[in-house]
Design a protein around this ligand. Structure first.
Ligand SMILES: [Zn+2]
Length: 129
């Protein structure tokens, strides 16, 4: 069981479940990434529309996270930051970064692209509108 978020490793994966009280404590991969500041996905959101609708866009990203996290304990947003003209969202999971990008594009159109870094262990998503 992860002492930070309470996720339980069972049947080969981390999930939201009640574990035995004496379960060994070990940080889950998502909490390790959060503690280490080591994301698996990074979305960079830019453009006038983003600047004008920042709160709405962040809310949509959080809704995607909430939905994904319910079934997949390791899919989480690490942080939402404003960097110069951009909003940057970092995630513990590549597929979550991709799902947020797709949700933005399907709700608001705009330009979406992905780039997997070498080795395929890190995903950069850019969305602009
Ligand atoms: Zn955890």
């Amino acid at each position: 069981m992860c002492p930070d978020c309470g996720a339980v490793f069972r049947e080969g994966r981390w999930q939201w479940a009640a574990g035995p009280a004496d379960a060994p404590r070990q940080a889950c991969p998502a909490c390790r990434r959060i503690a280490d500041g080591y994301p698996a996905g990074r979305l960079t959101l830019t453009g006038d529309f983003v600047a004008a609708h920042r709160d709405e866009i962040v809310r949509l990203a959080r809704n995607v996270e909430a939905r994904e996290k319910e079934a997949h304990a390791l899919k989480r947003i690490i942080g939402v930051n404003r960097e110069e003209e951009a909003v940057v969202v970092t995630t513990t999971d590549m597929q979550l970064a991709r799902a947020i990008g797709e949700a933005l594009a399907s709700s608001y159109q705009g330009e979406l692209d992905y780039h997997y870094d070498e080795g395929g262990s890190f995903l950069r998503v850019r969305w602009s509108r």
